[in-house]
Each structure stands twice: as C-alpha cells, then as structure tokens.
Design a protein around this ligand. Structure first.
Ligand SMILES: Cc1ncc(COP(=O)(O)O)c(C=O)c1O
Length: 400
C-alpha cells in the first residue's frame, strides 16, 4: 500500500476531502479500492499470534478495522480536525456507541430535550434500563443547563441545530458547564454538518454524525461516525465497544461515504444557499404561519447561529394553518419535493414530524418541543430553488 507523500494536515479543506486518507494498493488505482473482505490472511501462525497480541499492527478482521473504512475514517478526521474517527453502521449506532461505551450503572447524563426521536429513546428509555440516571433540559436555556450540571455528570448529549425545530444550543458555554461537572460533551452535528459547524474547537469532546445524511447526501447508504481528540475515551471506551459489540460499517458503504466526502462542501454550501432563498420565500408567504430557519433574523437564536455556524443550515421548519388535514393536503399536492423522513439529500425531502420521526412522543412532549400538527420539516436539495418555491406555492394554494 502507498500513502500520501506530503502531510495531509498541511492541506486546505477541499484537498483533504478529495485526497485525505488515500491508500493505494499495488495496482495503483485512481479511485479508492473497496476491500470487500470480512477477514485477512497471515503468512504464518507466528504473525497471527503477534497480531492478536497487539505486537504487530495489521488488519485482522473487518469488525476491528478494514482498509476502506480506514480511508473513510482518516478523511473524516482530517476534515473535522479530530485526532480520531471511528466509523459505524448507522447514525444511531454512532450515537449509542458514543454514550454506552463510556457509561455504567450509577452514572448521570444530562441532555437537551429537543432531540431526534431515536436519540431521545436512547437517553430517556434505554440508558435508564441499565441504571443510568438521565435528565433532559431545555437546550436553549443556559440557566437550566447550569442547574442540571450543578451535580456531577458523566456525559452531556446535545443536538444543534435540533431536529426538527432547529433550536440552537451554545456549544462553548454548555461545554464549560459540563467540564466543570466532570462530563464529556457529545454533540450530534448532523443538521449542521462539518461544513457549517466544528464542535471540537468550541469545547465538545466527541462529535457524532449520521453519515446517511449529508455525507452520503445522495440517498444510497446508512452510515455513522464518531470523532474525538480524547485518547482515553478512544482507547478505554470506544475501541473495545466497537470491537466486541460489532456495529461495524460495511466496506462498500464506507466507500460510498468516502466518495460522498469529495463533494460534501460543494453540496452543503449550495443546499444552504438554496435553503436561505426558500426560507425567505416561506417567511413572506401569506399561508405560512411561522417559518423557522437559523439564517433568518427572526430566529430566536439567530445571533448564536451566526456565531457558531457558517451558514443557516440546509433545513427549514414551517407551519401552516389548518393542522394535520391542511398539512397532509399540502404534502400530497407537492409534485417535485418528495415526502420522506430522510434529510441532507440532493433531492428536496419533506416530512411531517408529528406523525413520523417524532410520532412516539406524547401530546405534551410534542407541545413542549413545538412539534405541532401543522409543522413540517423541509430538507433542501440541489434542485433550482425557483422550481422548489413554485412547487411549494402550488401545494400551499391547493391546501388553502
Ligand atoms: C439528528 C439525527 N441524529 C441521528 C440520526 C440517526 O441516523 P441514522 O438514520 O443514520 O441511524 C438522525 C436520523 O435522522 C438524525 O436526524
């Protein structure tokens, strides 16, 4: 295998994303190879023994490591500015591994309440089954964080912008409070993407992604990744967890994601640009009761969004009058935008969180989070934004 001749850390971002992590096989291929193999062979029994003892660093088994996964992980780490990246089979396995690998019975976790449904299920339902105390707070309320973190905690989990209402949480401030309480901070950075927000320099200890979203960005595969500079977390928690519980990414899927990274900034910047135009259109539309977009000046945490993000995100949430029936009429009248719960795709996708991604929540929980029957979440793609606004306009008229 041959690797890059100069230090990839000296490269600028776009170069890191196209060339970072490349390891060429003896065939000197241009495009990265897919090592579609579950295991590896040893020239001798002695080498197998050395490999298992950890005295010879080499590939052993794809549940532990695989060259295509290594290429994806190295490219991802270079982009995030993290020392380490560990790939996982999905975003949820990344979220679960980042928490469960470091927690034990008796530990305490503080998390923001506005979370993607499955993340909330892990925090509120799964972890307490194993004797872990969890507390949910309003992520936008620093006094609530301060109160919850006045007691010692082991981990803090937050999502910013949040799914689906795009609340913004002050990563630097919460990280300071968390560290004083003894907690590691885990940020689910899916909505922002590493293009628009880098949580590690702001104080976060661990960043997780559903790579299924913008990193693939073309609706082809599930995947996830956990990034950190914390060597002790990597060595004592995450690596043994991954090796022995086995949520490994497939080499084929790692290859898809690796190629997705090459165009990630181009796609995310264009999609963010499109989302800004569409958010303005929605905010001024007579049938829209409320448009939520961190890039709009009337967003409650607009200034914080400007401070910690490099753009308003590729997602917009908005409400129309008339509740669920009007909302369904509107969704069914769309002809370009697809109804789908995925996001970050090159195709614009729309979902009704109350009946899909967040349908498990009680009426009270939905009300607290602002997930009304009239709310939809739009993930803006790469189509011409004028076609998307025309599609929205036609469908809004049909639901009127
Ligand atoms: C914020 C957030 N975190 C995690 C996930 C889970 O990712 P995956 O579907 O790849 O498991 C999602 C999926 O929608 C998400 O929106």
């Amino acid at each position: 295998m041959t690797t890059n001749k100069t230090d990839p850390k000296s490269w600028r971002e776009a170069t890191r994303l196209v060339r970072g992590g490349v390891q060429r096989s003896p065939f000197e291929e241009t495009s990265e190879a897919i090592f579609m193999t579950s295991g590896f062979v040893y020239p001798s029994a002695e080498e197998a023994e050395l490999a298992f003892k950890g005295d010879k660093k080499r590939y052993i088994y794809s549940r532990y490591a695989n060259p295509t996964l290594t290429m994806f992980e190295q490219r991802m780490a270079l982009f995030e500015g993290a020392a380490h990246a560990v790939s996982t089979s999905s975003g949820m396995s990344a979220v679960f591994a980042s928490l469960a690998s470091q927690l034990k019975a008796g530990d305490r976790v503080v998390a923001s309440r506005a979370l993607f449904g499955s993340c909330l299920f892990i925090i509120a339902d799964i972890l307490p089954r194993f004797g872990i105390e969890t507390e949910l707070v309003d992520g936008t309320d620093l006094a609530a964080w301060e109160k919850a973190l006045a007691k010692p905690a082991k981990a803090v989990f937050l999502e910013t912008p949040s799914n689906p209402c795009l609340e913004i949480i002050d990563i630097a401030h919460v990280s300071e409070l968390a560290h004083a309480a003894g907690a590691r901070v885990v940020v689910d950075n899916v909505f922002a993407t590493p293009v628009l927000q880098k949580p590690l320099p702001m104080g976060a200890d661990i960043v997780v992604y559903s790579a299924t979203k913008h990193i693939d960005g073309q609706g082809r595969t599930l995947g996830g990744v956990v990034l950190t500079n914390d060597q002790a977390f990597l060595d004592d928690c995450l690596t043994p967890w991954m090796r022995h519980t086995g949520p490994a990414l497939s080499p084929f899927n790692a290859w898809v994601l690796l190629k997705g990274l090459e165009t990630l900034p181009l796609r995310v910047r264009q999609q963010t640009d499109n989302a800004g135009k569409i958010a303005k259109f929605l905010a001024g539309h007579r049938n829209i009761r409320k448009a939520i977009y961190p890039g709009l000046p009337d967003h409650p945490q607009h200034n914080l969004a400007l401070n910690q993000m490099d753009g308003g995100s590729t997602l917009i949430a908005f409400e129309i009058d008339g509740g669920k029936s009007a909302e369904f009429k509107f969704l069914n009248a769309l002809s370009i935008i697809d109804i789908s719960n995925n996001l970050g795709d090159s195709k614009s996708l729309i979902t009704h969180p109350s009946t899909t991604t967040h349908q498990r929540l009680s009426v009270e929980e939905k009300a607290t989070l602002g997930i009304t029957d009239g709310l939809v979440r739009l993930s803006v793609g790469l189509e011409d934004p004028d076609d998307i606004t025309e599609d929205l306009d036609r469908a809004l008229a049909a639901a009127d």
